[in-house]
Ligand binder design. Structure first.
Ligand code: MOS
Length: 744
């Protein structure tokens, strides 16, 4: 029986198998080399950032003399001795990931915490001590700074684009007319919190120069754009730069681009003529890596008495870091979730004197579904309808704003399967379900997230040792890239995954999509699949030339290739150098004119203590459509992680900035709360698993950020059913609930 089982497992094709992570043993045994683990051949020096204590303004006095004299100090980098760089933000049209990220520029400081000096010393302790000896005085601008964008709506403007792509505003239909013709209207203002990615691995770079060649070992999500960013900033050629990033300890958007520690390490290594490592401290990550801004979101919905939506308006306001063009798109899900004759969305930003604002996990949808799906629940209640029924009544058959047909549309399937698996029996009157002093509530929410395809290249080498080496500059930020790319190659080549060696995260390899926007697996995976097909075709030709010709699949062992009854020695087939083939994906070849989304539905049950207001999540169940599932184990882990992020968005995560000084107040994981084991019940993840061939050659859709979408609002809607209090500010605090809880 055991033998039969294992034979069945062997027979199962590599792609779609719940393969353990191929890098799992290396990670748990400490052999996986993260950037900070890298040891250069010559003496490594340590850099420590000295931060601006106030901003915006100019440095009035910066006295580094005591630091320079401190034990072990090799150099102190300031604007006085820093090598020349291109001005921060230039050229303006380069895009935020490849524009200059110059540091220590003149006497200007943009935000509190910005580096004003870098101490380089023999040890980290010496560098840190010397940093404490630096004296810095900032003359804050007479007019002060803008730290609370939401209080400065008068300065708001429409960003050129959202998240670098979409229009700030969309208008479909006559909103005023549809609202006037509605029997029910819901209008509410919501606030979502400042959030920090705070990946387990802080931002880190180890830089070394060999003549004019720079090598940086760093934690990064997209290698190719980081090469460009260094080239732009340091005014050198991309060919002079090599980035090595085989493992990245989480990114969540905050490692899409490079940050101060990377540029400081490169500059310091040049000045000191030795390798320099700069690891941001946890506190530094909260100000010298990007964050998600607070948003004020206003939603207005109109529906007829039978629960048919007629109008949706979603207007947003948030801060934008001055001189850094990024605006998040919370109304993105509003543009494509529900049918309505009128849908109007807008985004406005206020330039603020705050640390960098950039993509954070599921940018747009994470906080957009939080508010939209709460408002939808409010409208269902206004119509006296079950919230599941209401959502199902307003499903759509084409992208409502663009008019494009959907490549596939499985939102309804997710909602129906979720309801069945969760045991959704309809909503009950708020506050009516009780267990002693606990108020029990259930809620649901839909999830939607645009699916993207990005250009990527890869190569595969069959070496004389019989292994297929996959090479691309793709990163694995904890998502499972190594594993699924191995599976894709093995599946296409017709070998077991053990015969494939995947090598990632090196700019010497072909350019990939990198990890971001949930596009990595499908984009780089499609390039790997193409490379594998090309290699197989080339191998077949070579076999034929050597007399191994015929139908059927080539079977590769470690030292031979077999076709039917005959075989060839691998050494004769590939020679001492091995055989290489390249592959790529070009999104233009896959532009079908269809709207592509991943979908989900989440269902939550909470218990709220009627005396203390404490909210405890009891169950969270998600059903997801991410197209074809490449590996159910890594896919499930991605969804679980997203759902936990969603719990945090609903109940815990809250960055705090002092509106008077611009100082970020919550700067460690004691003050900045994330869900811990005690906050996370057993989560249930289900995947529809049907392929989405319109999306890319693999038929897979984005999964990394999908799980976060809808998780928070399902919880918020459950809190409403439990308590009768409608959460409109996130995270939900118990003091929001306490004054309104029913007496028990
Ligand atoms: Mo994602 S926020 O594009 O890493």
């Amino acid at each position: 029986m055991t033998e039969m089982m294992s034979m069945e497992v062997q027979a199962e094709r590599p792609l779609g198998r719940a393969l353990d992570r191929v890098d799992g043993i290396a990670k748990v045994s400490g052999r996986a080399m993260y950037a900070a683990d890298y040891r250069p051949a010559s003496d490594l020096a340590e850099g420590f950032i000295v931060e601006a204590p106030a901003a915006p303004g100019r440095i009035r006095r910066l006295d580094v003399s005591r630091a320079e004299d401190a034990e072990g100090v090799i150099a102190v980098l300031t604007s006085a001795n820093v090598p020349e760089q291109r001005a921060y933000g230039a050229p303006e049209d380069a895009g935020r990931f490849t524009q200059s990220h110059a540091v220590l520029q003149g006497d200007r400081v943009r935000h509190v915490g910005q580096p004003v000096a870098l101490i380089v010393a023999r040890t980290l302790e010496q560098a840190r001590h010397a940093a404490s000896l630096v004296e810095v005085e900032i003359e804050v601008d007479a007019e002060g700074g803008i730290f609370d964008a939401l209080a400065h709506e008068d300065l708001a403007f429409a960003p050129d684009s959202l998240d670098g792509a979409d229009d700030a505003d969309t208008q479909k239909g006559d909103l005023a007319r549809e609202l006037a013709g509605s029997d029910h209207r819901v209008r509410a203002t919501y606030h979502t919190a400042m959030q920090h990615a705070a990946a387990m691995e802080p931002h880190v770079s180890v830089a070394e120069w060999d003549g004019d060649q720079l090598t940086v070992h760093m934690g990064i999500q997209i290698v190719a754009s980081a090469v460009k960013a260094f080239a732009t900033t340091l005014k050198i050629e991309p060919e002079q730069i090599r980035i090595v990033s085989p493992f990245t300890g989480g990114g969540f958007g905050s490692k899409l681009g490079i940050h101060a520690e990377a540029v400081l390490a490169a500059l310091a290594a040049r000045v000191c003529d030795r390798p320099v490592r700069v690891v941001q401290t946890r506190r530094s990550v909260f100000v010298n890596a990007p964050h998600r801004e607070r948003h004020r979101q206003e939603l207005e919905l109109g529906a007829t008495a039978d629960g048919t939506l007629r109008a949706i308006r979603h207007d947003n306001l948030a801060g934008m870091a001055r001189d850094y063009a990024f605006a998040e798109a919370p109304a993105s899900p509003t543009r494509a979730s529900y049918a309505a004759p009128a849908i109007h969305t807008s985004h406005r930003v206020v330039a603020a004197d705050i640390p960098t604002v950039d993509s954070m996990r599921a940018p747009g949808e994470a906080i957009g579904t939080l508010t939209l799906e709460t408002a939808i629940d409010e409208m269902a209640q206004a119509c006296g309808m079950d919230p599941l029924e209401f959502r199902l009544r307003n499903m759509l058959d084409a992208d409502p704003v663009s008019g494009a047909p959907f490549g596939d549309h499985r939102l309804e399937a997710c909602l129906r399967e979720g309801a069945q698996r969760f045991g959704w029996v309809g909503s009950v009157a708020p506050g009516s379900r009780r267990e002693g002093r606990l108020l029990i509530g259930r809620g649901l929410a839909a999830a939607i997230r645009p699916n993207m395809l990005v250009g990527a290249e890869a190569e595969i080498i069959l070496s004389p040792d019989g292994r297929f080496h996959v090479r691309t500059d793709m990163t694995d930020i904890g998502t499972g890239s190594y594993t699924i790319l191995t599976q894709i190659a093995a599946d296409t080549l017709g070998v077991e995954p053990g015969q494939v060696v995947t090598e990632l995260g090196d700019s010497a390899f072909p350019k990939s999509s990198g990890s971001g926007g949930s596009f990595g697996a499908a984009s780089t995976g499609s390039a790997v699949q193409d490379a594998a097909s090309n290699l197989l075709a080339a191998l077949r030709d070579r076999c034929a030339a050597l007399g191994l010709d015929g139908n059927g699949a080539l079977a590769f062992t470690l030292d031979s290739v077999r076709l039917g009854e005959r075989s060839l020695a691998l050494a004769d087939l590939v020679g001492p150098e091995g055989m290489t083939a390249s592959g790529s994906i070009d999104p233009d070849d896959f532009d079908t004119g269809q709207a592509g989304y991943s979908y989900g539905a989440q269902f939550a049950e909470v218990a709220v203590d009627a005396v203390t207001g404490e909210i405890r999540l009891r169950r969270l169940l998600g059903v997801f459509d991410a197209g074809r599932i490449l590996n159910p184990k890594t896919a499930r882990s991605q969804l679980l992680g997203g759902m936990i992020f969603g719990i945090g968005a609903a109940l815990m995560e809250e960055g705090v900035i002092d509106p008077r000084s611009g100082a970020v107040m919550a700067r460690d994981l004691a003050d900045y709360h994330i869900p811990v084991n005690r906050d996370v019940p057993a989560l249930e993840v289900h995947m529809l698993g049907a392929s989405s061939p319109f999306a890319n050659p693999l038929g897979a859709k984005g999964i990394g950020e999908l799980g976060i979408c809808g998780a928070g609002p399902a919880i918020a809607n459950a809190v409403h059913e439990a308590t009768g209090v409608r959460p409109r500010a996130f995270p939900i605090h118990l003091d929001h609930l306490l004054p309104h809880l029913p007496r028990i």
